[in-house]
Ligand binder design. Structure first.
Ligand code: UT7
Length: 319
């Protein structure tokens, strides 16, 4: 029997404040039509006072634990993917740990921007396979609204806040994470970055992006890593029940699915309501489709993401 990490519960959290495109158009030189046509985004959720990456992550983790029927004390590992932690240090994962009432477990953050959840999932999967923990919580949580330049219409309309989480359990059998593949290419730093940091400016900085160039790389890299990961898992694209992609732009989702010959109706789309929530987008989309009954036990899933670094990656999961 093979020891695998299986997803036994999902959860999500969105700040209650929903901001429409029209609301943004009243603040910057943009229109609802431009945003919908170029991105598919209709609205996003924005964190309010007292809402942080760690509070959203904790809410998502609580819901995932409840769905799994797992008690916080059973958790041996928390991996939190975020590029917008509450503090430069300590890791926001330790804030979540304390909020969940866990006295001792492994807890750390992973930083791979929009690919963060795939990196975190892969790390947790390998730690579970290696026997470091029997139960883990993997979270993607972000408050990108706090690092946006609200004067820059080319970026501020694209992002939102939120969190998604999964509970992983070590099990012997056919279900679980079958394969993960991760990549990074640091030569593209200047296409998507934040212009500040503790060791350079001593400030948090604002997000900067050359969207068109990122778009071009995204479709190629995502199609490549999806093929690579499916092959590693011993599956063909036509066997996939659901694609759970990073939600940056509806046109990227469509172009990637087309390149791989995947039916568009197999792609989970939440970018219209969530916008781009960076590391939170994949687990948020997963939770939506699990809770509305589209994703069922036994389904073959592919999760994928691409973002700053560049980083990109995918996971093939028997749910
Ligand atoms: O999650 C990390 C990965 N990130 C991504 O995957 C994002 C990838 N990129 C994209 O999604 C798209 O490139 C964008 C949505 C960012 C931009 O769409 P685009 O079709 O590539 O537009 P563009 O950047 O070429 O801009 C076209 C025009 C420009 O005007 P000119 O120069 O043609 O006169 C922009 O100034 O649209 C203008 N523009 C806007 N107009 C109205 C840019 N932002 C806006 C806006 N409202 N918000």
């Amino acid at each position: 029997m093979t020891r695998r990490a299986t997803i036994v519960g999902t959860g999500a959290a969105l700040p209650p404040r929903r901001v429409t495109n029209d609301e943004l158009a009243a603040r910057v030189d943009t229109t609802n039509e431009w945003i919908v046509e170029r991105t598919g985004i209709e609205a996003r959720h924005i964190a309010g006072e007292g809402e942080t990456t760690a509070t959203l992550a904790t809410e998502a983790a609580r819901k995932a634990l409840a769905a799994a029927g797992v008690a916080p004390q059973q958790i041996g590992l928390i991996v939190l993917a975020t590029a917008t932690p509450d503090q430069t240090f300590p890791a926001s994962a330790t804030i979540v740990q304390t909020a969940l009432g866990i006295d001792d477990c492994i807890a750390f953050d992973v930083q791979a921007v929009c690919t963060g959840f795939l990196y975190a999932l892969s790390v947790a999967d390998n730690m579970i396979k290696g026997g470091m923990a029997d139960y883990a919580i993997v979270i993607g949580a972000e408050t990108f609204s706090r690092i946006l330049d609200w004067e820059d219409r080319a970026t501020c309309v694209l992002f939102g806040d939120g969190a998604g989480a999964v509970v992983l359990k070590a099990e012997d059998g056919e279900r679980g994470i079958l394969a993960t593949r991760l990549h990074a290419d640091g030569r593209h730093n200047e296409l998507l970055y934040v212009d500040g940091g503790p060791s350079t400016t001593g400030t948090v900085g604002k997000l900067r992006m050359k969207g068109k160039e990122v778009f071009r790389h995204a479709v190629v890299n995502l199609a490549d890593v999806l093929s690579e990961t499916l092959e590693a898992a011993g599956h063909r694209p036509e066997e996939v029940d659901w694609v759970v992609p990073h939600q940056a732009n509806k046109r990227i989702l469509d172009a990637t699915a087309k390149k791989l010959g995947l039916a568009p109706e197999k792609v989970i789309v939440t970018v219209n309501e969530h916008a781009n929530t960076s590391a939170a987008s994949v687990p948020l989309a997963l939770d939506v489709a699990v809770r509305d009954g589209r994703i069922k036990p036994g389904n073959l899933l592919v999760l994928e993401a691409m973002g700053g670094g560049f980083t990109w990656g995918a996971a093939v999961v028997r749910y």
